[in-house]
Design a protein around this ligand. Sequence first.
Ligand code: CTP
Ligand code: MG
Length: 237
Amino acid sequence: MSVAALVPAAGRGERLGGDVCKALREVRGEPLVVHAVRSLQASTDVALVVIAAPAGHVDRFEAVLGAAGSGSRGAGRLRPVWLVVSGAETRQGSVARALAALSCADDVEIVLVHDAARCLVPVEVVRRVVAAVRAGADAVVPVVPLVDTVKQVDGDQITATIDRDRLRQVQTPQGFRRDVLVRAYAAAGAHQAGDDAGLVERIGGNVRVVAGHAEAFKVTGPLDLLVADAVLRTRTP
Ligand code: CTP
Ligand code: MG
């Protein structure tokens, strides 16, 4: 079963700040989107990657991804099996556009959706997700346990302490049977789910979890860039 990955990378990165969009911010000399595509391509299962860039930035993204395919920098060249499309105002809209672009690849049966911002996801997570879809799940979500106690509040009053044993934090790549993801997006209409698997839950799909990884964290604020830099140092001999 052939695998494609969709990479929503069209966000502005308001919480990170800076004058370029988040996916073009660099860690150890390369943009987050390049790290993200390389992390996915570390799994040889991934035959095609479709990246949703901010509107008006498609050429720029093609240039940085092209440079990572021909240059010798970083942890290895990208394989030239990626395609950049123009993203949308919401993440869900950006994924929908990338999914529409998959119409050029009839043979793809498994689709991963992976945030560019989770640029350092270890290959073992990608492999676990693909394996669980192959084993029969409609959708697969990598998760990690919560580390902090969770409270429910009303203004400045605590109203409950939530039992966190059954709660999980959700990461990407999330994996899907292609036909299920297409149906879930078609059924979504104007409904905005928190994540792609949420759209499959809405249509009654079988959604499984597998173990995520601390290094699949999402670059959200400035501290995360420092962490990403440190993680990459540990990987470079
Ligand atoms: N994303 C997207 N299209 C959007 C918004 C987000 O493709 N309209 C992507 C981001 O580029 C990112 C992923 O969805 O890879 C997760 O979003 P998030 O971490 O929230 O990134 P941003 O929206 O860029 O950040 P912020 O919310 O701080 O502006
Ligand atoms: Mg956002």
